[in-house]
Design a protein around this ligand. Structure first.
Ligand code: ZN
Length: 384
C-alpha cells in the first residue's frame, strides 16, 4: 500500500513537473503573441517591448549579461513600416487586412480610387494611382528595408467573388532608415570549463503590424523557439554545467538574419570557444518529428542526437538536412562555428500570416524536444 502510494505520488510529481513545463510554454507563447507585443515588430514599439520583457526574464532566472554589463546588443537597419491607415476596397467591398489581403512589405503608401486594367490572369493595374493587384493562393508577409515606387496589394483569391475592376485604397507607410533594435544575450558561467561554450539561440522578432488594427502574432515563428530558449535559460541557471551555457534571442531575423549577422561580426564571446550552437526557430509542433539543418556537416553530433532520441523515444523522426541559409545559425556556420538548426514538423500550415496564433499551435513535442536538447548538450560535455 505504502509502495503504491509512493509510486502514485512519484507519478503525480513527475506528471505535474511536465505539466508545469507545458504550462510555462503555453503561457509564454500566449504572452509573446499578445497584442501588447504587436507581432514583435516595427510599430507600437512591439519589438522593443519584447526586448524589455525578455531581459527581465533572463534577469529573474539568474542568467547574467553576456558582456558582463548589459543584456542588450544594439544595432540598427532600415525598414519599411505600415503604422496607420490600411484600407482596401475591391469592387466597392471592404477587404480585411491580413486575412483577405496584404500590402507587399516593400510597397509605397497610396490614397486613391481607380479603375483596374487586367494584365494577366492574376495581375491587375490601376495606372493612375500606381497600384498593382496580384491574386494569390496564400498570403505570406515579410519585412523589407526599402519602398518601391508603387503599391503592390496581394489578395487572397478566395476573398473576392468577381475579377477586380475597381480599387479604393488608403494605405500609409513610413520608411525608418535606422530602426534601432537589440539582440538579448545572456550566460550561465561554466563550473569546470568556462571557456567552452554551448549556445542556444532563437529570434524573437517577427513581422510586426500592418496598419493600426492588424498584427502578425508569430506563435510558431518564433514565440515557440524563444520559449524553448527561455526554458533552457531557466533550467541551466538553476543547474550550472561544466561548460558555459549562453543564450541569444536575436532581433532582425525576419529582415534578413540581421541580428545574427551583427553578432557574428561583433561577437560578445570568442566564436572559436563555441563548442556547439543550437538555433531554434519554428518549434511549436513536432508531431511528424524534427529536421536538423547542418546534420550532414556535423555527422558525429547528428549521430549522437539521433541515438539519444531513439533511446528515449522522444520524436518519431529526426531528419538530416544539409547546409541552409534559412535561419540565424547560418552566419555562425559561415564563420566555422559548429551549429544545428532544429525545426519541428507537422501540425499546422500557418506561416508568415495572421493565422500563426497560439490557440492553434499544438506545442505537441515541446517537453520532449527540451529533454532531447538537454541530453544532447550533456553528451557534448561528457565527450570532452
Ligand atoms: Zn523564424
Amino acid at each position: 500500500m505504502k509502495f503504491k502510494l509512493a509510486l502514485l505520488l512519484l507519478l503525480l510529481t513527475t506528471s505535474s513537473l511536465f505539466a508545469q513545463d507545458s504550462l510555462f510554454a503555453r503561457k509564454m507563447v500566449d504572452t509573446l503573441t499578445s497584442p501588447y507585443f504587436w507581432g514583435r515588430g516595427y510599430t507600437n514599439n512591439g519589438v522593443h517591448k519584447a526586448a524589455v520583457f525578455l531581459t527581465s526574464q533572463f534577469k529573474s532566472y539568474g542568467v547574467k549579461p553576456m558582456d558582463g554589463k548589459s543584456y542588450l546588443q544594439e544595432f540598427n537597419y532600415p525598414v519599411n513600416t505600415f503604422p496607420g491607415k490600411m484600407k482596401v476596397l475591391i469592387n466597392g467591398a471592404v477587404l480585411k487586412p491580413g486575412r483577405d489581403y496584404i500590402v507587399s512589405p516593400d510597397s509605397k503608401g497610396v490614397t486613391g480610387t481607380g479603375k483596374l486594367e487586367q494584365i494577366d490572369s492574376t495581375h491587375f493595374v490601376d495606372k493612375q494611382n500606381r497600384i498593382v493587384i496580384s491574386l494569390e493562393d496564400k498570403l505570406t508577409w515579410s519585412v523589407e528595408g526599402k519602398e518601391l515606387d508603387y503599391t503592390l496589394v496581394q489578395i487572397d483569391k478566395k476573398a473576392i467573388k468577381q475579377l477586380p475592376a475597381t480599387i479604393d485604397a488608403d494605405i500609409e507607410n513610413k520608411v525608418i532608415p535606422d530602426f534601432k533594435t537589440a539582440n538579448i544575450c545572456g550566460v550561465v558561467k561554466g563550473t569546470t570549463y568556462p571557456d567552452s561554450i554551448i549556445v542556444l539561440t532563437a529570434h524573437y522578432d517577427h513581422l510586426g503590424g500592418m496598419g493600426s488594427d492588424t498584427y502578425f502574432p508569430g506563435a510558431n515563428d518564433n514565440a515557440s523557439g524563444v520559449t524553448q530558449v527561455l526554458s533552457m535559460a531557466k533550467y541551466y541557471a538553476a543547474h550550472p554545467q561544466p561548460f558555459t551555457m549562453a543564450f541569444i534571442c536575436f532581433s532582425g531575423e525576419e529582415a534578413g538574419l540581421l541580428g545574427s549577422k551583427y553578432f557574428t561580426q561583433n561577437p560578445l564571446i570568442p566564436l572559436k570557444n563555441i563548442r556547439f550552437l543550437i538555433n531554434l526557430d519554428l518549434e511549436g509542433t513536432g508531431i511528424d518529428g524534427i529536421t536538423v539543418v547542418n546534420a550532414t556537416i556535423y555527422p558525429h553530433e547528428f549521430a549522437a542526437l539521433k541515438q539519444i532520441n531513439s533511446e528515449n523515444n522522444y520524436l518519431v523522426k529526426v531528419n538530416p538536412r544539409g547546409k541552409a541559409a534559412n535561419s540565424d545559425h547560418y552566419l555562425f556556420t559561415e564563420k566555422g562555428v559548429p551549429a544545428f538548426y532544429i525545426y519541428t514538423l507537422g501540425g499546422i500550415r500557418a506561416y508568415h500570416d495572421v493565422f500563426d496564433i497560439s490557440a492553434t499551435l499544438p506545442l505537441t513535442k515541446y517537453t520532449d524536444l527540451f529533454k532531447l536538447i538537454v541530453k544532447f548538450n550533456s553528451s557534448l560535455m561528457n565527450k570532452r
